[in-house]
Design a binder for this molecule. Structure first.
Ligand code: AHR
Length: 616
């Protein structure tokens, strides 16, 4: 095969081209990116019906020593459920009786690290409670503990306790227990445990944020996905429920992905996360449509107001109603919110267009600069409504060729309409994509090369989903896999990593001569080195074939400044290879000096590989 590159002719690619899509799916946030260790901290998981779900808390003690019940007695108006604990024994045996929480499949407690434990209580007598992190879920070795004694003061019924526990030993599978040896009744609510060393002190798990940051995402689309829609509107994510002090957030049942989320990672935290990873936020809001119910357009105004208020919360001055709430949460400066998406995957549903037009008109009226994203695909036929961008989602099922070549749909899209936002793409399927195979990643590499070619029309693209907690694989594959204390990237993650320099680079004219463009694709770009401001040439070759390809590369119009520094980076292995906690980098890019670099050169491209040539 031959690749001819003309480095003197090209066009700029959008600064926004590649970013990430964060959704509360697979316990990505609750039990993942959000560092809260306690699962169901407010005993709220069953909603307001009584008795509420106590799980995964368990009782420490026996029927004769302790009785535990949920009731609507909390001091927090929006989340009324609290726990009542009747301790029936005095001088209770062993370490006392109480409750225990396993976190999300075990808490990661690390020796020497500090953990902040907060809870609210009320009691019939003085409080004498021991809070401990313990190894395993059966009351194993104590990893850190705090003994809390408070006199029974008259006055405020509920009181807040804060305690810092320094771990004296480690376990990735710990739990927390609250125990007492004293008879009486204790009410508990909002029992939280957070490591002190979260990312920038913002509550995010540092190792997971670092994985995102490594991708240098230009944008962060959030918080869904179907999470925004819900199976029912009752359980859809609504931003107002997710802001303000964490103790006062109601939390809700993520009915589409089937778990309770306390909304610790709410709207504010989504905006903060985008800022922390230097990405432009793209807020997807509910447009009055879930998977099973829809609001009529004549009744949509409250949802429109909610969206307008959300925009004010994000970017209004701190003197404004909703901007002042943001300021009170610690961010007086407005967030830079320029994009909103009106719903998710709702095009064609009964009220989509009607509702959309009302949202569009109102948002345009108050925020003329905001770019609005429609759910309707305009790649093949023009939209019948105004939009700045349109969503395009693609999930071929085990069809690597369809994934590899799919960007061809944009080759013929007229350039005078709204731009494309490929807000979700991935190869899925149990046979080939599995939990994230090399061949799946390579099929996406071909697609991304096609998006680069079409980047005069495709403004943005993101792989989906971003995260999976390995204990809750609702959706496979995903880019980043984690447990309580481990993390790795799938081959798809490394593919997106290898495309991160495309944002804002120059796409060069190049021609690839090959017998089968369905399995081999290449692109050449000029990248501005942020260190020394020089530009360098990057050639990417995606090869899905099982055979090696001998490449002849001919480059015109490029004068290297440091030819000897040229490198070759290869992502390769067997087709169905996957990474795992045991072998987290089985499939990961390997960089070595490029042999015999020059404007005319021969390069061997390995079977099933993504090869990157960097010439400086
Ligand atoms: O990425 C997983 C899901 O796929 C998203 O929630 C939804 O938008 C799409 O159907």
């Amino acid at each position: 095969s031959t690749l001819v590159v003309n480095a003197a002719q090209g066009r700029p690619m959008p600064d926004t081209l590649f970013g990430v899509f964060y959704e509360e799916i697979n316990h990505a946030g609750a039990g993942g990116l959000w560092s809260e260790l306690v699962n169901n901290r407010g005993f709220e998981a069953g909603g307001k019906k009584m008795p509420s779900n106590f799980a995964p808390w368990t009782i420490v003690g026996t029927e004769t020593t302790i009785h535990v019940e949920t009731e609507l007695s909390s001091c927090f108006e929006r989340n009324k459920v609290a726990l009542r604990m009747d301790v029936l024994c005095d001088n209770c045996p062993f370490d006392g009786v109480g409750i225990s929480n396993p976190g999300y499949w075990g808490m990661n407690i690390v020796k020497g690290k500090k953990y902040k434990v907060v809870f609210y209580y009320s009691s019939t007598g003085p409080l004498d409670l021991t809070v401990s992190f313990r190894d395993g879920q059966g009351g194993g070795a104590i990893l850190g503990s705090s003994h809390i004694i408070k006199p029974n003061k008259k006055g405020a019924k509920w009181k807040k306790i804060e305690s810092i526990i320094t771990a004296s030993a480690s376990s990735p599978n710990a739990g927390i227990t609250l125990r007492t040896t004293k008879k009486g009744t204790i009410w508990l609510d909002q029992v939280s445990a957070m490591p002190q060393d979260t990312y920038k002190g913002h509550g995010f798990r540092t190792d997971l944020v670092e994985m995102v940051q490594k991708l240098k995402p230009a944008f962060l689309r959030f918080p869904g996905g179907c999470f925004v829609e819900g199976v029912t509107l009752r359980n859809a994510f609504r931003w107002k429920e997710s802001v303000g002090p964490w103790e006062e957030r109601a939390g809700h049942f993520n009915d589409i992905w089937k778990y309770w989320t306390d909304d610790g990672l709410g709207f504010y935290e989504g905006l903060l996360l985008a800022e922390d990873v230097n990405a432009t936020p793209i807020w997807v809001f509910n447009n009055g449509i879930s998977h099973t119910d829809e609001i009529d357009t004549k009744d949509i105004q409250p949802f429109v107001q909610e969206a307008l208020d959300g925009i004010e919360f994000a970017r209004g001055p701190s003197s404004s109603k909703w901007g002042s709430l943001r300021a009170s949460m610690g961010h007086p400066e407005p967030f830079v919110l320029k994009y909103v998406a009106i719903g998710n995957e709702d095009c064609g549903l009964k009220n989509y267009l009607g509702n959309y037009l009302v949202f569009h008109k109102e948002i345009r009226k108050y925020y003329p600069d905001i770019l609005m994203i429609s759910n309707c695909d305009a790649s093949r036929k023009p939209l019948d409504h105004p939009a700045d961008l349109y969503d395009y989602h693609i999930y071929p099922v085990d069809d690597v060729h369809m994934m590899f070549t799919n960007a061809e749909v944009f080759d013929h899209t007229p350039r005078n309409g709204p731009k494309a936002f490929v807000s979700e793409y991935a190869l899925i399927g149990a046979n080939i994509a599995r939990h994230g195979t090399l061949i799946g990643g390579l099929s996406e590499a071909g697609f991304l090369i096609g998006l680069e070619r079409n980047s005069d029309h495709v403004a943005m693209a993101a792989y989906a989903p971003l995260f999976v907690n390995a204990n809750d694989r609702v959706w496979n594959p995903d880019a980043i896999v984690f447990s309580s204390n481990q993390v790795y990237g799938t081959p798809s993650y490394w593919v997106t990593y290898l495309f991160k320099e495309s944002n804002g680079a120059t796409f060069l004219n190049s021609t690839l001569q090959t017998t089968d463009p369905g399995t081999l694709a290449a692109s050449a770009i000029l990248v501005k080195d942020p260190q020394n401001k020089n530009t360098y040439l990057k050639i990417k070759i995606a090869n899905m074939r099982k055979t090696q390809v001998d490449f002849k590369i001919s480059i015109q119009g490029f004068a290297s400044k440091n030819l000897k520094g040229s490198t070759k980076t290869v992502l390769t292995g067997n087709e169905l290879d996957e990474n795992s906690f045991a072998e987290p980098k089985k499939i990961a890019p390997q960089t070595s000096p490029l042999q015999n670099p020059g404007n005319e050169m021969n390069v061997i491209v390995q079977p099933t590989s993504l090869t990157i040539l960097d010439m400086f």
